[in-house]
Design a protein around this ligand. Sequence first.
Ligand code: SF4
Ligand code: SF4
Length: 381
Amino acid sequence: MPYEVSIHRCDSYDDLKVSQAVEASLVPLGGLESVIKATDRVLIKLNLLSAKPPEAAVTTHPAIVRATIKLVQELGATPVVGDSPGGGSTRASYKKLLEKTGIRQVVEDTGCELVRFDEATLEVASDKAKTFKKLTLAKAVTEADVIIGLPKLKTHSLTYYTGAVKLLYGYIPGMFKTEFHLHTARDINLFADLLLDLHETCPPALTIMDAIVGMEGDGPSNGNPRKIGLVLASKSCTALDYVAVTIAGFDPMSVPTVKLAHERGVGPARLEDIQLFGEVVEPLIMGDFEKTSTTSLSRAPPFLVNSLKRFIAAKPVVNASKCIRCGECFKDCPPKAITFAKAAGPTIDYGKCIRCYCCQELCPEGAITVSTPVVRRLLKR
Ligand code: SF4
Ligand code: SF4
């Protein structure tokens, strides 16, 4: 069986418990030594979407990062941690984000090297990519001998779920993400294709998922933390995602990255295609895991979704009472559908809006929600 996924229980972010769970999850996969050598520079790719505290469940928890760094260091290799947050980063905003997410303390305690993906880029060509054969990536990604991904199990308004494959969108530095959102706006499958091309271009050798507390509802940044109590590990991002979405109660084939990975021949079609270690999946499946407001569209034919997107896709709505008029949503809207005035706050032009939900993802106050159009609410009755 080509796919292997290891599942271990971990009921808290206590450093010792997390360290034991991470280590135990790697044993059946051959241990960390099966993917890295002492001479390797190992990029540990985090999910550092925005400056939120660990308990908000938006970013990879520092305890998972600490445990992984420790294991890499024990093998004599050189760990490097980093990411490109949504909307990109400056030196100052990255510093603030590291502080808030608890990663600065981990870096300081472990002496691990830190990189900011937005600092330097490199154009990379890949024969393995299907659609996006040339990509501008963070230099830190291209310089690594080995990549370890540390995603968090969360919902996502655009892709319904974010995990191992979606984590790789961060390979693209913030300022280039806008361009890709615009280019893929007409088709969710095209965006999933981009994610899979990133995966084929620079696949992580190993992924360890933080599913101790995940996120349900309108993720990836404004949903609700949900205790799941698991650490998942795999050498295959696509198999790990298959297992994670199954546990979260999705039909795996309704998640574009999972479906297209299988169609490309790089992902499993059934749970039976995966060799599982540790916990049994079936008792872990959460029937009440809350999906995003956008997920009900996942079963509609893509041509229908794309052509009627403006009428049937959930739209971003600003909650004026929560808005602090910071302007973050305005700066990062790919088609410039948001106008902003300090006194009035942001205004969205729905005629221009491509429903990428970047504004909802990046709003630091949770002041942007997604609202299901009346026509879909009526159809649900
Ligand atoms: S990002 Fe959020 S808080 Fe800031 S202006 Fe936009 S809606 Fe308001
Ligand atoms: S308004 Fe929000 S959802 Fe619409 S295009 Fe801009 S960032 Fe995307």
